[in-house]
Design a protein around this ligand. Structure first.
Ligand code: EPZ
Length: 418
């Protein structure tokens, strides 16, 4: 086991290229199953969630692995459609494989993805979409068995714009006869990236990025090469770190339009922000103002995945900020750890009120989940003294090498063995 040590209080300065997007590469790896051939993915981040997806593809009989910097998948030898409990537990978002396996084989089996640190993670919308496409689903003993000898396209309206359910429905619809129209689809940029990949593979998918997505299924597919979009949440994390510690950063390989609600919040807190084609820069004196309120919402609203890191950046701001977490039930698990560093945060259900304190002090803390763990890095950089962050496996699910990246900005940070 290892942990991260941070000597906080110093200003940050530098330029950083943003990693590929975890929440784009995961559904794209599932989508490779739709084509019995070869896919080359460029710009893939080296993450434990990506390794978990590679293990699932290999379990299904596919070839998957790194060839230099590229992640190469060949699903032609695929021989099975079941995902065992052990692999489902490695990554709960493995449910994203369901639609693609069903489209390819006509059947799929997996155990119910467990809940996670963010609260229950229901998949009722995923299963409802598959049933509407003609799949028969049997749920017993924590397992789901799907059969769909012939799926047929149709109109599907999602009761809420779930990212995963949108992606699962898109992938299943690629295997259905005829046209599927998905209403109230999620509009996250990662879904537009998935559409770009599907179209490169020959699938007929249109409308991603809007609330209505159209798929004409059973198109001939071909080998494809795709470069994964940059990770807007990793970018938000590094902007929050510099905002909190003070200094200046230029992020490269990022679409600043994907960060507009995050940069608007940081600007309101007193940072100087500018952005252009492929870059975003931020300058902060480290003395931030509070923001009246931050409400998370599906894209293009403020991203729930950036809630924790923005909260960490505002812990020493003048005044109080009201956070309202509207997407997940239990996404304040990082609060207790931040309190150990001297943060003043009151939580009541979905509302968290952050009152700025004059000083944060380094402490021994533990990551509770992916983005909550990233928030501890942000707070540790702004705190006086040493912070030890344990349970960093949560962080490694979504950040390729935060120690490397933050060192590029001059942070006194290191990865150490327990
Ligand atoms: C994706 O999760 C992301 N994960 C999450 O990122 C992100 O926080 C989330 O979208 C929202 O943007 C990946 O893309 C791998 P949802 P997903 O379905 O698809 C409820 C991170 O930190 N819901 O949009 O699971 C659900 O409980 C991770 O990178 C149902 O009720 O999110 C939640 O309250 C964390 N029934 C809300 O919808 C369903 O069938 C939004 O979930 C599905 C979801």
């Amino acid at each position: 086991m290892s942990h991260i040590m941070i000597h906080g209080g110093g200003r940050l300065k530098g330029t950083l290229a943003v990693q590929g997007a975890k929440n784009s590469v995961l559904p794209i790896l599932a989508a490779t199953i739709l084509h019995p051939g070869r896919t080359v993915l460029r710009g893939c981040p080296h993450l434990s969630d990506v390794e978990a997806s590679i293990h699932i593809l290999q379990h299904l009989g596919c070839k998957a692995g790194w060839e230099g910097a590229d992640l190469v998948v060949d699903t032609s030898p695929m021989s099975r459609g079941d995902i065992p409990d052990s692999l489902m537990r490695e990554m709960r978002s493995s449910v994203i494989f369901l639609g693609a396996i069903l489209a390819r084989l006509g059947w799929a089996e997996m155990s119910y993805p467990g809940g996670c640190e963010l609260g229950p993670r229901p998949i009722d919308l995923h299963l409802s979409a598959l049933r509407q496409l003609g799949a028969q689903l049997r749920e017993e003993g924590g397992h789901i068995r799907c059969e769909a000898r012939q799926m047929r396209g149709r109109e599907i309206a999602l009761s809420l714009p779930s990212v995963g359910a949108t992606e699962n429905a898109m992938l299943a619809a690629c295997g259905a006869e005829g046209e599927t129209t998905l209403f109230n689809a999620a509009r996250e940029p990662e879904i537009a990236d998935l559409q770009t990949f599907l179209r490169a593979m020959g699938c007929d998918v249109r409308g991603a990025g809007s609330s209505t997505i159209c798929v004409v299924g059973r198109q001939p597919t071909r080998d494809a090469v795709h470069t994964v979009m940059p990770d807007r949440i990793a970018a938000a994390t590094y902007l929050a770190a510099v905002a909190a510690a003070g200094g200046e950063v230029e992020l490269r390989n990022i679409d600043y339009r994907h960060l507009s609600t995050v940069t608007a919040a940081l600007h309101e807190a007193g940072c100087q922000i500018s952005g252009g084609e492929g870059w975003v820069s931020l300058r902060s004196d480290g003395a931030l103002r509070s923001i009246p309120s931050v409400r998370t919402a599906p894209y293009p609203g403020f991203p729930t995945d950036a809630q924790a890191v923005l909260m960490a950046a505002l812990l020493q701001s003048r005044g109080a900020t009201v956070f309202v977490e509207n997407v997940f039930e239990n996404r304040y698990r990082h609060v207790d750890e931040l309190r150990r560093m001297g943060a003043d945060i009151s939580v009541a259900g979905r509302v968290a009120v952050v009152t700025g304190v004059p000083r944060l002090c380094g402490a021994e803390v533990r990551a509770t989940d992916l983005r909550g763990g990233a928030a501890l890095l942000v707070a540790g950089l702004a705190a006086q003294g040493m912070t030890r962050v344990g349970d960093i496996h949560h962080i490694q699910r979504g950040y390729e090498d935060p120690v490397r990246d933050l060192r590029m900005l001059g942070a006194e940070i290191s990865l150490e063995e327990d």
